[in-house]
Design a protein around this ligand. Structure first.
Ligand SMILES: Nc1ncnc2c1ncn2[C@@H]1O[C@H](COP(=O)(O)OP(=O)(O)OP(=O)(O)O)[C@@H](O)[C@H]1O
Ligand SMILES: [Mg+2]
Length: 500
């Protein structure tokens, strides 16, 4: 994807209004300038503080400039400008809320086309009123690529090479690693990170760049850095699922790429409550040694119209800027429930956010591995389950007897008890129908009883606790059966289960 070429094509084809979404004014302006030089267009740039530069001489309308508010005056100048002109408007987005501005832009669109003029709105946020959707072409300006960053790195190195107090010697491998780790940052951020690294550490340090990326995630407010606290060994059972994940441990490396393996896209974990869906999701990042970001689906849906769509685009961009990484979308159905349903009263916002998300999943090229979880399949839009979205859909069922033993062992060990001292077959038997979370509760409740009595935990504490509690699966037998039937046709089981 070459943004300069994209802009050139659109300007040539007389697209009247382009909306370029980017933080990088310098790079975008450079690109637009390049296009204008090549196509012999006159370039005017506008910002609220500087006005139109160079100004367009107006022959009609209010005589003195200043008679109109800045943004309207700017559009009036556009109206008057001669043919073959390009206007680059910086941060015009706040005015797109004004109905007069919207109307003026719509009036202008046809005129711009006939006069071979292009109006480019440049802004870091995407906020397009519905009325303008047909007249405006949205362009994502990608972050700097490998070569741009390498050039910047070389420039930084060259600028300090005579300074004896800093060490900027990099082996070719480290040079490449440095460039790679900066991918996802804007050019300005890259420059700052390199500079900070030189000031703080007297050398180029990858950790500083990674810290810069954490900042981006934090500032976005939509994603959350999740420390990798769980490991796959903390997950009992789910052998097939674990095997699948372990087999792909190295699939994000260059070697795998050279071998012809595409980066895995993601998995969807569907299943019974408390059976370890979230647990597995958290363990993936640790198993693959990748950073993990949690997407808060609820937070995506902002209160302002248009904001939700902007949010999801931003969240995707941020995740891609940290790639390779794991993106965890927990309880997906809660956010995207009711897409296309008649009861939806948000005038299609959910549907649009959802479709942005789907398109991204289908076409994503950056190594962002999505782990999504869901309990309620009836709330999931069918498009989500279509082939090509996820690598695999796993069904996470209640643990069978051998898995229950595993889970008991894990939770006993976690609380510094020796599993060997307990009779697993009996424990597995009395917890028939229990979820992993419920088994954990049995262990905790047993410990409480023993502690209260002032003695060590015994087998009978666990057995009694299990017998005293009713697993959710007994109350929800019908729902679980339905889920199983659904899963039989559409999902892969997370473990080879035996009936017990
Ligand atoms: N297979 C398992 N192995 C070990 N512990 C488990 C397992 N399943 C559940 N647990 C325990 O139960 C807790 C809750 O499980 P988790 O949150 O992963 O369930 P979930 O499937 O995401 O449930 P929900 O649908 O309610 O979100 C875990 O933190 C873990 O301590
Ligand atoms: Mg969960």
């Amino acid at each position: 994807m070459d943004p300069v070429r994209d802009i050139e094509v659109l300007v040539r084809a007389k697209y009247p209004i382009l909306y370029v979404c980017s933080w990088e004014e310098r790079r975008v302006e450079e690109a637009v300038k390049q296009v204008c030089d090549k196509l012999k267009r006159t370039l005017h740039t506008w910002s609220v503080t500087q006005g139109m530069k160079p100004a367009v001489n107006r022959t009609s309308g209010p005589a003195k400039p200043g008679g109109l508010p800045g943004e309207l005056e700017a559009l009036a100048q556009v109206h008057e400008a001669p043919e073959y002109t390009v206007f680059l408007m910086r941060d015009f987005h706040p005015y797109l809320k004004d109905s007069r501005v919207i109307r003026l832009l719509r009036d202008l669109a046809g005129r711009l086309r006939t006069k071979a003029q292009t109006l480019i709105l440049l802004s870091p946020v995407m906020n397009l009123p519905i009325e303008l959707e047909k007249d405006v072409t949205v362009l994502d300006f990608p972050l700097p690529g490998r070569d741009d960053i390498a050039k910047m790195l070389d420039a930084v190195i060259a600028s300090v090479k005579d300074n004896p107090s800093v060490d900027v010697k990099l082996s070719p491998e480290d040079h490449e690693l440095m460039v790679k780790s900066a991918q996802g940052l804007t050019l300005d951020e890259t420059e700052s990170a390199f500079a900070r690294s030189l000031v703080e550490h007297k050398k180029l340090d990858i950790d500083v760049i990674l810290e810069e990326k954490k900042q981006i995630v934090r500032k976005s407010g939509l994603l959350e850095y999740y420390p990798a606290t769980n490991r796959l060994e903390d997950v009992g059972g789910h052998d097939l699922l674990k095997e699948w994940l372990l087999k792909r441990t190295k699939s994000f490396t260059d070697k795998a790429k050279e071998f012809g393996i595409p980066a895995p896209k993601g998995i969807l974990l569907i299943g019974v409550q408390g059976c370890g869906k979230s647990l597995v999701a958290k363990a993936v990042a640790a198993a693959w040694n990748l950073p993990m970001l949690k997407l808060d689906v609820g937070r995506i849906f902002g209160s302002l119209v248009g904001q939700s769509e902007e949010n999801i685009r931003r969240a995707i961009k941020v995740a891609e800027s940290v790639a390779p990484c794991v993106l965890w979308a927990d309880e997906l159905e809660k956010g995207f429930a009711g897409v296309g349903g008649s009861g939806v009263s948000d005038s299609g916002t959910t549907a649009r956010v959802f479709s942005t998300f789907l398109t991204w999943m289908q076409e994503k090229t950056k190594p962002v591995f999505l782990v999504a979880t869901a309990n309620d399949v009836s709330a999931l839009p069918p498009e989500l389950l279509r082939k090509g979205r996820f690598d695999e859909i796993f069904f996470v069922d209640l643990p069978d007897s051998s898995e229950r033993k595993d889970i008991f062992k894990i939770h006993l060990k976690k609380r510094k008890r020796d599993p060997e001292k307990f009779k697993m077959p009996e424990l597995a038997k009395v917890t028939f129908g229990f979820s992993g979370a419920e088994i954990e509760q049995v262990v905790i409740a047993g410990l409480n009883t023993a502690f209260d009595d002032g003695r060590e935990l015994k087998q009978s504490d666990l057995v009694k606790e299990a017998q005293a509690s009713v697993p959710l699966s007994r109350m929800m037998a019908e729902e679980i059966d339905e889920l199983r039937m659904w899963a039989q046709l559409r999902a892969r089981p997370s473990a080879k289960r035996t009936d017990d």
